[in-house]
Design a protein around this ligand. Structure first.
Ligand code: DUC
Ligand code: ZN
Ligand code: ZN
Ligand code: ZN
Length: 488
């Protein structure tokens, strides 16, 4: 064979293998993986380097309007560039429906913008906040059939939250059409009750954001989401798990054989509520929902990643600038209720997990690959085209220098956020060469990727729905009676 590109003598690590060898690429696809291959038209020496599947960040926010009307600082171009610099070759952000909007129109506009700007391959999830008959009976099933096989729903935020009946409605569609619901599980009433009384008592500083988002609000909503999913026996994924209680609820369901999955993010492993507790409003830089917690939670989350209770590590990149366009709508007078929720992290997700997870011995390299790439591909129907280095897979590869020491600085990142919650933190290990469908798009700090070169990936059935699962006669009846009862 004549290879277009070959990688030589690297330590090739996938979710299920780890060996020194070569990779040969033809037409953007992996054509051979072997101990020794002849050099291609271009050959890269990967001696002493790690050669791993490119990262898949399946939870990030790009060109999205928040429920408070704040637009993300990153568009599809800056987000995809930043993601690529951080070793990612696929991103899956959200086309967000706000109430009153047609889901179909939201998705089409989002797809057009992505196609014009993304430098790496992509898909997107839907966010459903308005489950009208048109949404449930027409748009959602059509979009799922077009390869958008996952959607997020919220149990909190007044303008996004679904009630329990609405959750059952969307779960029933997911089961019937083959999509995976992703759930933001926090109890809205607990949060707003605490927040109202904090504000009335004059507690307006950013640190009270974390007080209002009590851990019990997450535990309760996680348990409730799992119970509602169990009514119909549908697979669900709990996103951004931040608490021991949330992780325990997921573990308990899994122990009973329920198809319940979980995700966490670097900030829940590495930050705590104390980071928010700094003078003035600067704590806003660390405000996200759920908020960073405490060392006990961090420990529980590391353990849950190791045990597999949590299968995904995503950035939840939610890019809001530290100014009046983003985090601080009222400047210094902003109360914790007005702060845009979310932290940037697309570019640092993998370096942080490598440095803090693999180099510390908490996780193996193969777990690292599974948690940052392979499990995302399986969970969201991208596997085996994405998320592995087998013959026939897209040649989406990151070559890492495991010894490169980098001090994280907002100035050297490529997003449009202008700050990082990890300013000054040192990490060891960095992706130095990134290959997307056989094209070297990052080469030692230099980007060569045309705007719009990224391709939309129509996704297949998420792995949790692939297993032919025995469901009880009770759940079968409930699923069967469902489709005709959605009324205006
Ligand atoms: N949920 C997210 O997933 N991201 C940012 C804010 C939020 O509430
Ligand atoms: Zn969320
Ligand atoms: Zn809040
Ligand atoms: Zn998010």
């Amino acid at each position: 064979t004549d290879f277009d590109l070959t990688l030589h003598n690297g330590r090739i690590v996938t979710a299920d293998a780890d060996f020194v060898g070569d990779i040969g690429i033809v037409d953007g696809v992996i054509a051979a993986v072997a101990a020794k291959l002849p050099p291609g038209r271009r050959a890269i020496d990967a001696t002493g380097r790690l050669v791993m599947p490119g990262g898949i960040d399946s939870h990030c926010h790009v060109e999205q309007l928040s429920s408070m009307g704040v637009l993300c600082a990153d568009d599809w171009h800056s987000a995809s560039v930043s993601a690529a610099y951080g070793g990612n070759t696929t991103i899956v952000p959200f086309a967000a429906q706000h109430r009153g909007q047609s889901l179909r129109q939201v998705a089409d506009a989002y797809a057009a913008s992505a196609a014009e700007k993304s430098v790496i391959d992509y898909s997107y999830h839907l966010i459903i906040s308005d489950p009208t008959p048109e949404t449930l009976n027409r748009d959602l099933p059509e979009l799922i059939r077009a390869g958008i096989t996952s959607f997020k729903v919220f149990m909190t935020y007044d303008k996004l939250k679904l009630d329990d009946k609405q959750l059952l409605d969307v779960f029933a569609i997911a089961a019937r059409e083959g999509a995976l619901p992703m759930i933001h599980a926090e109890n809205n009433d607990v949060i707003s009750w605490i927040a109202r009384h904090l504000l009335a008592a004059g507690h307006t500083a950013p640190k009270y954001h974390a007080v209002s988002h009590d851990p019990i609000a997450e535990t309760e909503a996680t348990q409730r989401a799992i119970s509602l999913a169990a009514v119909l026996e549908v697979p669900v994924l709990i996103v951004h798990v931040s608490t021991q209680g949330g992780a325990q609820a997921i573990h308990a369901a899994q122990t009973l054989g329920a198809p319940v999955y979980g995700e966490t993010c670097p900030h829940y492993l590495l930050l705590t509520a104390e980071d928010i507790d700094i003078p003035g409003v600067e704590g806003a830089k660390f405000c996200c929902s759920p908020p960073p917690r405490d060392p006990v939670s961090q420990q529980a989350l590391w353990q849950s990643l190791d045990s597999g209770t949590l299968a995904l590590l995503s950035s939840d990149h939610a890019p809001y600038r530290y100014d009046e366009s983003g985090k601080l709508p009222a400047g210094d007078a902003t109360t914790f209720k007005q702060i845009a929720n979310g932290l940037p992290g697309l570019e640092v997700r993998m370096p942080l997990l490598y440095s803090e997870g693999v180099r510390t011995g908490r996780l193996t390299l193969q777990q690292f690959v599974a948690l940052t790439s392979t499990n995302h591909a399986r969970m969201y129907g991208l596997y085996p085209k994405k998320g592995t280095l087998s013959v026939g897979a897209d040649a989406d590869i990151a070559i890492w220098d495991p010894e490169r020491v980098v001090t994280l600085r907002a100035d050297s990142l490529h997003d449009a956020v202008g700050y990082t919650p990890y300013e000054g933190r040192q990490v060891t290990g960095w992706p130095t060469t990134v290959i997307s469908r056989g094209e070297v798009i990052i080469d030692d700090g230099a980007l060569s990727a045309e705007r719009g070169r990224g391709r939309f990936i129509a996704r297949g059935l998420p792995a949790p729905l692939q297993k032919a699962r025995e469901i009880s006669p009770r759940a079968a009846l409930l699923r069967k009676i469902f489709p005709n009862v959605i009324e205006p």
